[in-house]
Design a protein around this ligand. Structure first.
Ligand code: SF4
Ligand code: ZN
Length: 328
């Protein structure tokens, strides 16, 4: 470790050729000083945003901020890159109701938003669904539903509702490159080919209010997001959720980290290939849809209970709630 720091400090930045470097970007071989490194992260996010037309003039962007590193970095990067560009930012936060865990992160978010002058709106599972995550964990039939899939189902709906309540037309989340590859592998191993197509970052509007979901950090390594947070003094929650299940995701994460250590850049290569696959799967999927409907775009289906968009008669939120109510 000391050895590595010594080498870094004695090298000058490959970009500005002036300042001492703080980071060796293994996959490109570049030594970067603090200023050039931070700039490179913001530049990458900006490039991703324009490559996939994620943001347009006049958008109101609701940034999903949990208090973890990815979401706080996303908020900071968007604030820096979108200043005076005719779009509005608001931070939206979901309070799942997890005692001892969520309270700390809510404070971090509140303070950070206040310090950079961005409005923060919070909604809780209790007020939206009638029960907190703590309560849901107590009553759930554990053989039928895992903590994180239940929590994720509710959180996605909560974010939509929060965004709508702010009049936002875009929801930005902090998913990074590592997340993207893990999600692909999860879908691949689950045999869920159609879902792979859904991950292609082409902006699609959905739902009653035409929300557009974007992931501006999806081409940035998780490791570099942590580094960005540290060098910009962004305080983030590092404590783990008590309900986190030992998912297949962590197994893939460890495996990919090990591979990257031996073969720097392999994650990025995987990412590029996955994008191409996702694009093809998506294109094939929409052709099939058109075929099945004789060339007519399929009409949106709605959940018969909550009346929101759903691919089934009853949406996943309503069916999960039903499962929980039966147990109480
Ligand atoms: Fe919810 Fe799982 Fe995240 Fe905990 S770790 S907040 S249960 S999704
Ligand atoms: Zn529903």
């Amino acid at each position: 470790m000391h050895h590595e720091i010594h080498i870094l400090m004695s090298k000058e930045c490959s970009k500005c050729k002036k300042n001492p470097s703080i980071y060796l970007r293994q996959y490109s071989g570049e030594f970067l000083c603090k200023k050039c490194f931070l700039r490179s992260i913001e530049y990458k996010a900006k490039r991703t945003i324009s490559k996939y037309s994620m943001i347009r003039h006049g958008d109101t962007i609701a940034v999903a901020v949990s208090g973890g590193k990815d979401s706080l970095v996303l908020l900071n990067v968007l604030r820096n890159t979108l200043a005076n560009q005719g779009s509005q930012l608001v931070a939206i936060t979901v309070d799942e109701g997890i005692k001892g865990y969520r309270d700390e992160s809510l404070n971090i978010v509140k303070n950070f938003c206040a310090s950079i002058g961005v409005e923060n709106r919070i909604m809780s599972f209790s007020e939206l669904f009638g029960l907190s995550m703590d309560k849901a964990m107590e009553v759930r039939p554990s053989e039928k539903i895992s903590s994180c899939s239940m929590c994720g189902t509710f959180r996605r709906r909560a974010l939509d509702l929060l965004a709508e309540s702010c009049g936002a037309n875009v929801v930005a989340t902090g998913h990074n490159l590592d997340d993207y590859i893990q999600t692909f592998l999860i879908n691949l191993f689950a045999g869920d080919v159609e879902r792979i197509g859904w991950t292609y970052p082409e902006p699609v509007e959905y739902g009653i209010t035409d929300l557009r979901k974007i992931k501006p950090l999806m081409e940035i390594y998780e490791r570099e997001i942590v580094l960005y947070a540290i060098h910009t003094n962004i305080p983030f929650q590092s404590e783990e959720c008590p309900y986190k299940d030992e998912s297949i995701r962590s197994a893939f994460r460890n495996h990919l980290d090990n591979l990257e250590k031996i073969h720097p850049g392999i994650k990025y290569n995987a990412y590029s290939s996955i994008l191409k696959i996702a694009k093809k799967v998506k294109a094939a999927g929409s052709l099939k849809d058109l075929d099945l409907n004789h060339g007519v775009q399929q009409e949106h289906r709605r959940c018969i209970i909550c009346k929101r968009d759903s691919s089934n008669v009853i949406c996943s939120v309503c069916s999960t709630l039903d499962l929980l109510v039966k147990e109480t």
